[in-house]
Design a protein around this ligand. Structure first.
Ligand code: PGA
Length: 240
């Protein structure tokens, strides 16, 4: 049985006072709730009753990389998950699929579970090559050491992130079924990988998205910043 996962992504938002939001989140025994926090907040959040993730890590354990943070540092601070390959990292920091595979490998070596993010731009969707791009990202971003235990995939269409635009459930179903099939081909436990949907998930669309086959949860940005917005998404996932 694949676990249901509600993952928040605070991006570059949040000061210590904002962590109080996480104390009021709904919980459900059937849903794993985690929040990917700015690195500055991870240690302060480590005693909260939810799992914590980082938003990126370097592929090296330590060294002369000013401003970067390593996977063992995230573990030391209290994280058990890390996002790799978020589209904002791919675009703001020119991260390639090979970079993301290396970071994911380092994260696994440190004992972190990776949430590896993939997704097409609007231009790719318009060109009709979404599944080709997804294939390239899956092949290039997921390291061979990935297993259903240490890796979760997040399908996030770039054009749906922070825009309020959401693909149709048919579009989500097509890509999720494709990802599931590719993972099954490549990994012996590929059928068991969790596959999240991300991009403008909110209380009003969560139940429809969670009803799509192979959607095992959500990666939620804006709507994870407050307990009032995130809790109904957790509840919808529990009910799905
Ligand atoms: P959003 O962000 O929910 O604000 O669209 C999702 C993400 O970037 O993970």
């Amino acid at each position: 049985m694949r676990r249901k996962i509600a993952a928040g992504n605070w991006k570059m938002n949040g000061l210590r006072a904002d962590l109080a939001e996480l104390e009021n989140l709904s919980t459900d025994p059937g849903v794993d709730v985690l929040i990917c926090l700015p690195a500055t907040l991870i240690a302060a959040a480590r005693d909260l009753p939810i799992a914590i993730g980082g938003q990126d890590c370097h592929d090296a354990t330590n060294g002369a990389h000013t401003g970067d943070i390593s996977a063992p540092m995230l573990v030391d601070a209290g994280a058990s998950y890390v996002l790799t390959g978020h589209s904002e990292r791919r675009s703001d920091h020119a991260e390639t699929d090979a970079d993301i595979a290396a970071k994911s490998r380092a994260a696994h070596d440190a004992g972190l579970t990776t949430i590896i993010c993939i997704g097409e731009t609007l231009a790719i969707r318009a060109a009709g090559t979404t599944l080709d791009i997804i294939d390239g990202q899956l092949a290039g971003s997921i390291p061979d050491c990935a297993t259903a235990d240490n890796t979760i995939i997040a399908y996030e269409p770039v054009w749906a992130i922070g825009t309020g635009k959401v693909p149709s459930t048919e579009q989500i179903a097509e890509v999720h079924a494709h990802i599931h099939a590719r993972l099954k081909e490549r990994f012996s436990d590929g059928a068991d990988f969790g596959i999240l949907y991300g991009g403008s998930v909110k209380a009003s669309n969560a139940a429809d998205i969670f009803a799509v086959p192979h959607v095992t949860g959500a990666l939620v940005g804006g709507a994870s910043l407050t307990a009032a917005d995130f809790s109904p998404i957790i509840t919808a996932l529990a009910a799905s």
